[in-house]
Ligand binder design. Structure first.
Ligand code: IPE
Ligand code: IPE
Ligand code: MG
Length: 269
C-alpha cells in the first residue's frame, strides 16, 4: 500500500532528524563515549580540504592555512586513536596539487616533511605506524628521505596505522597496479582470465589495508578529487562544510556516530 510506505518513510526521516539534533547537541566527551559503545569503523579516510579558504577569509597567506591544518591533523590522529580506529588515511598532497603555484608547493613539501619528523616521538609513544601511499618519483629527495626515516622508525609499531596519501592519485595507483599485473601475466605467473578483485587489491598501494568504511571530506566540496577510487566502492560518505582547520575531534566523532547509525547494504536488501 503506497500511502503506508510513504508515511513510514516520513516517520523514518523525522526520526533521523531527531537523532541528528541529539548528536549535534553532544560535546566531544559524550560523543567519544557514544562512539566507543558501538563498533568503530576500522578504516577512516579523510580528504583534508579548505586550508586555503580558511587563510584567505582571515587575510592570511594560504600557507598559514596549511600550518593550521597540520594542527588539526595532529588532533585527529589523537582523536581517532582514542576511540580505536585501526587505520586512518589522510590525503595530504595529490598528484594534481603540483599544478599549484611553485611557492605554495615547495612550502607544503617542507611543512609536511618537518611535521612528519617532529611527530616521531608521539607516534612512537602511541605505538602508531606511519605509512605513505603515493608515488615517490617527483618528490624532492630530501623530503622523501625525511619522511622515509619516520616510516622506518615506526615500522614495528602495532597500534593504529596512519596512512599519509602523499603525491597520491587514485588513477596513478590503478595504473601502477595494472602494470604490476601485466608483468605477472607476461611472466606467466597470472592468467588474464583469472585476474580477480583480490589481485587488483593486492597490487594497490593499500595491498594489506582494508577498504575505508567511512570517507570524510571537509569544506563542503562534493567530489572525490582522485582519492582511493578503487577502495571506496562501498565506503560511506560524510561531507561537512567545516574547513579543515576548523575540524576537530568532536567533528570526527559526530561523523562516526552518524556512520554507526547507518545500514550498509552492499547491494543487498
Ligand atoms: C587542502 O586545502 C590541503 C591541500 C590540498 C594540500 P586546500 O589548499 O585545497 O584549501 P582550499 O580548498 O584552497 O580552501
Ligand atoms: C584534494 O583537495 C587533495 C587533498 C586534500 C590533498 P584539492 O583542494 O586539491 O581538491 P580540488 O582541487 O578541490 O578537487
Ligand atoms: Mg582544496
Amino acid at each position: 500500500m503506497r500511502w503506508r510506505r510513504g508515511s513510514t518513510k516520513a516517520a523514518e526521516s523525522e526520526r533521523d532528524e531527531r537523532t541528528a539534533e541529539r548528536l549535534d547537541a553532544l560535546g566531544e566527551r559524550e560523543l567519544a563515549e557514544l562512539v566507543r559503545s558501538q563498533p568503530v569503523p576500522a578504516h577512516v579516510a579523510i580528504i583534508m580540504d579548505g586550508n586555503g579558504r580558511w587563510a584567505t577569509q582571515r587575510g592570511y597567506p594560504r600557507i598559514a592555512g596549511h600550518r593550521e591544518g597540520v594542527k588539526t591533523a595532529r588532533k585527529i590522529v589523537r582523536a581517532a586513536d582514542a576511540v580505536g580506529v585501526r587505520y586512518l588515511t589522510l590525503y595530504a598532497f595529490s598528484t594534481e596539487n603540483w599544478t599549484r603555484p611553485e611557492d605554495e608547493v615547495s612550502m607544503l613539501m617542507t611543512l609536511l616533511e618537518h611535521t612528519v619528523q617532529s611527530e616521531l616521538p608521539e607516534l612512537m609513544e602511541r605505538n602508531v605506524r606511519l605509512r605513505v601511499i603515493g608515488r615517490t618519483d617527483g618528490v624532492p629527495s630530501g623530503v622523501r628521505r625525511g619522511i622515509a626515516k619516520v616510516v622506518d622508525g615506526t615500522r614495528a609499531n602495532t597500534g593504529m596505522q596512519l596512512m599519509m596519501a602523499f603525491n597520491y592519485g587514485g588513477r596513478d595507483e590503478l595504473l601502477d597496479a595494472f602494470r604490476r599485473l601485466a608483468v605477472e601475466v607476461r611472466d606467466g605467473r597470472l592468467e588474464p582470465e583469472a585476474i580477480s578483485e583480490k589481485d587488483v587489491s593486492r597490487a594497490l598501494y593499500t595491498a594489506d589495508i582494508p577498504d575505508p568504511d567511512l570517507l570524510i571530506r571537509t569544506s563542503g566540496e562534493m567530489r572525490l578529487s582522485n582519492f582511493l577510487l578503487w577502495q571506496i566502492a562501498y565506503t560511506e560518505l560524510w561531507i561537512t562544510r567545516d574547513l579543515w582547520p576548523d575540524f576537530d575531534g568532536r567533528a570526527l566523532y559526530r561523523a562516526i556516530a552518524d556512520f554507526q547509525g547507518r545500514t550498509r547494504r552492499f547491494g543487498g536488501v
